[in-house]
Design a protein around this ligand. Structure first.
Ligand code: FAD
Length: 401
């Protein structure tokens, strides 16, 4: 089934086995949902959660001591790409809650990990990460949501935006300001349970990856017990960047990779059956050239994702590779969606044509875990400075604590 044959040294036999398993489950249980999610328009789907909860994949990075799979980032990349190739919204739903588990796994106290991680690994609890705000956007240190200490509680006030699975999640890792604006230790991460009085989901539909919802969270005097602080007061920026840089770049690269593979699948199939002159579209040199361009981009993008994941699993500092993999997979997928549009002719714009849907889906991968311009800014810093904290190195140190 894979259009490329990437295996050793990036994918071991265990990874290939998991990839195969994911392909089978996705084909059996998620493929039939894809047109249904699309035709319903923007909404929060609950069937994908029900199906994925049984697989244990939410725990792909959670340690075995907490009943997780402990399979690492290469496995996660293979898993998310295989799912997204069949149903991109399902890949997006899974990745968003993998992001939510990261701060608990890496910053949570033993007690917090003992309480939450086995539940997450079993698919009973779906977490989210809530960092972005309506006004300050990707400027995390400028966020306006505050947390004030009152007795044994913190009181959270503010608003989060574009939170993946906000409506689906059971517990939200909310980053809020506890110190002076713009100070690197001014933020703290809190676990906010969905039934917390003062917490409200604000629906703001997006017209892509239908079934996956990305909504706002409003906090009005929401009381959060002190035991729900993730890590220490002041660890919030590190928790947010762990989620976004170390886990997020690669998660979104993997979803983009799956969508990109799907773009090649439908386009190769289309040109191979559509008659032209005495043969098929696939006999024409111009058409073959465009298919080759898609394959070339796909192979390059796939390598950047697995190389970054491989380095991360090996404990190497690799932030620049993470930025590069997100950027490459998004850009390459968008360029291939354009080739697919050309090759589908007038049918590309038809409602219900997968080509039109995949163009919208790959487009939306632009912003999560940082827009392209931000990846470029970080890549320029890797060359010209200033030198930044390597979040991947910190992740490696914490995994072996
Ligand atoms: C599908 C999806 C899922 C998401 N999931 C989550 C989630 O689970 N949790 C969460 O907290 N957030 C999530 N987000 C939010 C995402 O992280 C933000 O959209 C992203 O950080 C950019 O913020 P913004 O959209 O407010 O754009 P802004 O920060 O306002 O940026 C707008 C544009 O300005 C330019 N720009 C801004 N800052 C810079 C800079 N420093 N350098 C260069 N150019 C810059 C870029 O061109 C950028 O595209 C999600 C978003 C989407 C679309």
């Amino acid at each position: 089934m894979p259009s490329t044959s990437l295996s050793h040294p990036y994918l071991t036999d265990d990874h290939l086995h998991l990839q195969h398993q994911a392909q089978n489950i996705a084909e059996k249980h998620l493929a039939s949902l894809t047109p249904e999610l699309e035709s319903r328009g923007p909404h929060t789907d609950h069937n994908v959660r029900r199906i994925l909860s049984k697989t244990g994949w939410l725990g792909v990075l959670i340690g075995s001591e907490w009943d997780g799979m402990d399979e690492g980032h290469v496995a996660k990349t293979a898993l998310l790409a295989a799912i997204s190739r069949v149903n991109a919204a399902a890949g997006a739903i899974l990745q968003a809650s993998i992001l939510g588990a990261a701060p608990i796994a890496e910053y949570g106290s033993t007690q917090m990990r003992r309480t939450w991680l086995p539940e997450i690994a079993a698919g009973r609890i779906w977490p989210t990460i809530a960092t972005t705000e309506p006004t300050t956007g990707s400027h995390v240190l400028a966020m306006e949501t505050t947390a004030r200490r009152k007795g044994k509680d913190y009181i959270l006030d503010g608003e989060k935006d574009l939170v993946g699975n906000a409506d689906l999640g059971d517990v939200h890792c909310v980053i809020a300001r506890t110190g002076k604006p713009l100070h690197p230790k001014s933020l703290t991460a809190f676990l906010v349970e969905k039934d917390t009085p003062g917490l409200e989901v604000v629906h703001r539909p997006l017209n892509a990856l239908r079934g996956f919802s990305v909504d706002g969270l409003r906090l009005r005097r929401a009381h959060v017990p002190k035991t729900h602080v993730i890590g220490e007061i002041g660890d919030g920026l590190a928790a947010a960047l762990l989620s976004s840089v170390v886990y997020g770049r690669l998660n979104l690269a993997a979803v983009a990779l799956g969508i990109h593979q799907h773009i090649l699948d439908i386009t190769a199939q289309w040109v191979s059956i559509r008659p032209r002159y005495q043969g098929l579209l696939s006999d024409l040199d111009t058409v073959r050239h465009r298919i080759a361009e898609i394959q070339h981009r796909l192979m390059t993008a796939e390598l950047t994702a697995y190389h970054a994941a491989y380095l991360l699993d090996a404990g190497q500092p690799c932030d620049a590779w993470l930025f590069n993999s997100k950027l490459t997979n998004h850009r390459a997928g968008v360029a291939s969606a354009e080739d697919a549009k050309q090759l589908h002719g007038g049918h590309a714009g038809r409602i219900g044509n997968p080509c039109e849907q995949l163009r919208r889906d790959i487009d939306l991968i632009h912003a999560p875990a940082g827009p392209d311009d931000l990846q470029l800014k970080r890549l320029a810093e890797a060359v010209l400075g200033p030198t930044r904290t390597q979040w991947s190195a910190q992740h490696a140190a914490r995994r072996h604590r």
